[in-house]
Design a protein around this ligand. Structure first.
Ligand code: GAL
Length: 375
């Protein structure tokens, strides 16, 4: 499998942590279809940690929790598939998962075969309780080989939190995405920290193996497993826009059975999602001299140019961007016809420079520009 665009879906961890079961997963599958999330591109439903028994069976096979998943995982996978979704699961490169359930170390081929048998389409692979004498790249290569030979196309989602210089070796392992950050929590501070950390790691992002900035906290509002203070809708909008602009996988983490209208509107903004899923898959880059504001630019399929202003500061800002910062010089005699992707508004044709109106703290402005002849 080659992934040309960042994977999109839902993962159980952010809201539910260990409190997962068959009923919840089925209801989530229903909600992903009924609320239009699947239609917007969110196709993977992923069960994170805490789904198994604490012990393997006598044949060394991992066993789903009898209490949480009484009908086994094949039944869950079948249900998820029947809704037109793909099914994801979780394991770990160490002896145990982070919540101390059996990990796949020394069981890589058995586990990959089991996942294939159940109909798994996606494996998130964590990094806790790993043997310290073994290098990280070998641990991920072991599972990479097992998945590549299991007879089923399974997306490999590596989760070593960017430690041990993951960026230098992860593309060798067969991973389709890799966690380039530590764990997100539902606060503005966490969103900002993860975004800043991506600046130096962005050159390692690319088609086939995407930098994963961790699951989204949009719509959690301070409730659930990784909830702390919660964020405002404006902050969630900025968070979503950043993850989308930076080509991160978009894995929803809130309770999709009970989304607010604002949450639904943020998560299903097709123009923002289109930036994330742009077929050209170009790397975004920072394009400003203005240190108060993060200004990302990205070239899009068909010649359009995306510009994102992100006010991560606690003050009002008035950003601007000279077009020669991204290679459109005066001599080209071209202008940009700009659309604001959150309001849908055509904001006019600009030559050489665009100056944004006042931006409140923690807000963003995401523009799509079409190159036109200057008048
Ligand atoms: C962490 C991982 C989280 C979640 C958790 C489960 O290591 O980064 O995303 O999977 O383990 O225990």
């Amino acid at each position: 499998m080659i992934k040309h665009t960042p994977p999109m879906g839902w993962n159980s961890w952010n809201t539910y942590g260990p409190n997962i079961n068959e009923k919840l997963i089925k209801e989530t599958a229903d909600a992903m279809v009924d609320t239009g999330l699947l239609a917007a591109g969110y196709e993977y439903l992923v069960i994170d940690d805490c789904w198994s028994e604490r012990q393997r069976d006598e044949n060394g096979r991992i066993v789903p929790s009898k209490e949480k998943f009484p009908n086994g995982m094949k039944a869950v996978a079948d249900y998820v598939h029947s809704k037109g979704l793909k099914f994801g699961m979780y394991s770990c490169a160490g002896n145990y998962t982070c919540a101390v359930y059996p990990g796949s170390f020394e069981f890589e081929f058995i586990d990959a075969a089991t996942f294939a048998e159940w109909g798994v389409d996606y494996l998130k692979y964590d990094y806790c309780f790993r043997p310290y004498w073994q290098k990280g790249h070998i641990l991920y290569k072991r599972m990479g080989h097992a998945l590549a030979n299991c007879g089923r196309d399974i997306l490999f989602s590596a989760c070593s939190w960017g430690v041990d210089e993951t960026h230098k070796w992860i593309k060798e392992t067969g991973a389709h995405m890799w966690r380039s950050t530590g764990d997100i929590v539902d606060t503005w501070k966490s969103i900002k920290e993860l975004a800043l950390k991506q600046v130096e790691l962005q050159p390692y992002n690319g088609q086939g193996c995407f930098n994963d900035m961790d699951m989204l906290v949009v719509g959690m509002y301070g409730k659930g497993n990784v909830a702390l203070d919660g964020c405002t809708d404006e902050e969630y909008r900025t968070h979503f826009s950043l993850w989308a602009f930076l080509n991160s996988p978009l894995m929803i983490g809130c309770d999709v059975r009970n989304m607010s209208d604002a949450t639904k509107e943020i998560l299903t903004n097709r123009d923002i999602i289109a930036l994330n899923q742009d077929p050209a898959g170009r790397q975004p880059y920072l394009a400003d001299n203005n240190t108060n504001i993060m200004t990302w630019v990205k070239s899009l399929e068909g010649g359009d140019i995306a510009i994102g202003f992100f006010n991560l500061t606690d003050n009002n800002q008035c950003p601007w961007i000279p077009f020669d910062n991204f290679g459109i010089n005066r001599s080209a005699n071209k202008a940009l016809q700009l659309t604001n992707l959150w309001t849908g508004e055509d904001i006019g044709v600009y030559k050489d420079i665009y100056r944004a109106p006042v931006m409140l703290p923690h807000t963003c402005m995401v523009l799509r520009g079409k190159l036109v002849d200057a008048k």
